[in-house]
Design a protein around this ligand. Structure first.
Ligand SMILES: [Zn+2]
Length: 312
């Protein structure tokens, strides 16, 4: 399969207070770098386009409830470890999984808790050695979700600052089977998809002992896990052009600029229908502002899980 290496984008500290451009040209992405998820592959875009057409034509398969086995990993820096006693970790895990299940219930997706791991290690806590961390800690198969809650998650050069704007990143789904010599499908060994999963700043967990202001209700994990199910940002493409594929979701209005905070009435693409989907989990709003996945997103997550992860 060969997952693409992560493209962790460089920090951009310029807030997105630019005047929205609404003439169909591409708007540069100058927003704060809150999510480091890579750009979607051509393969994933094609799958989105096909599923979008299938939904329009009423041909989309109706999914049953999905139960995802969730493996949580606490990874703390040495000087942060005292915040994360066993009792605190248990409380955080319980509140985080509750937040996930509330957010994903409308999509008929349930997360099942498994015992969490706990590691004290500076280089892993900053994400300096992400691949080795995941090779050591990841559990389950490609349909199982691993989330690494790191106290000092940061981009290169991996020196964490409380002013860091990186809240998380996640792998998008990719094909993990190939056509073998007999014409059948063979799955790549687990070591090849070891990096699959989500990295989330531990301070975003509900009840965190070191909370990130505005982002401490557990909804960073909701957003990142949306990527794990194949969802793109609602502002994908940063354009108002109706011809742009955007997020390949029909019931999220076109959005040219990602959201900061919760600005009611924001309308970065005023010539296309609908206000910006500031309450959507796949925007960049604050946790208090995040309230929904749309029906099309809910259906797409189920379809993509079945297609890529459940092997259906
Ligand atoms: Zn994201």
């Amino acid at each position: 399969m060969l997952l693409q290496p992560f493209l962790i984008l460089a920090f951009a500290s310029i807030p997105a207070y630019a005047v929205p451009v609404d003439n169909g040209i591409t708007i540069p992405n100058i927003s704060e770098q809150m999510c480091g998820t890579q750009s979607p592959s051509r393969e994933l875009r094609t799958a989105h386009a096909q599923l979008r057409q299938a939904r329009k034509a009423g041909l989309e398969k109706r999914g049953q409830q999905i139960v995802v086995q969730l493996y949580m990993h606490f990874v703390t820096a040495f000087d942060q470890a005292h915040f994360y006693s066993a009792a605190v970790r248990q409380r955080l895990a319980t509140s985080q999984i509750a937040a996930l299940n509330i957010a994903y219930r409308p999509a008929n997706i349930v997360f099942a808790a498994n015992p969490a791991t706990y590691t004290i290690r500076d280089d892993w806590a900053t994400d300096a050695n992400s691949t080795s961390m995941k090779q050591a800690l990841r559990k389950g198969t490609y349909k199982d979700l691993n989330v690494y809650f790191q106290t000092n998650l940061s981009t290169a050069p991996y020196t964490y600052s409380p002013a860091s704007t990186l809240l998380g990143y996640c792998t998008l789904p990719t094909q993990i089977t190939y056509t073998n010599g007999q014409g059948g499908q063979t799955e790549y060994p687990a070591i090849d998809y070891a990096i699959d999963g989500c990295n989330v700043l531990a301070g975003s967990m509900p009840g965190s002992p070191a909370p990130i202001s505005g982002y401490n209700e557990g909804k960073t994990a909701v957003h990142e896990i949306g990527h794990w199910f194949g969802m793109l940002h609602t502002f994908q493409g940063n354009t108002c052009a109706p011809t742009d594929g955007g997020d390949y979701i029909d019931d999220t209005p076109q959005e040219g600029v990602s959201t900061i905070g919760c600005p009611k009435g924001k309308d970065s693409c005023s010539r296309t229908p609908g206000l910006d989907p500031i309450n959507n989990y796949m925007d960049y709003s604050t946790d208090a502002c995040y309230t929904q996945f749309t029906p099309d997103q809910q259906a797409r997550m189920i379809s993509m899980f079945q297609m890529y992860r459940a092997g259906e």
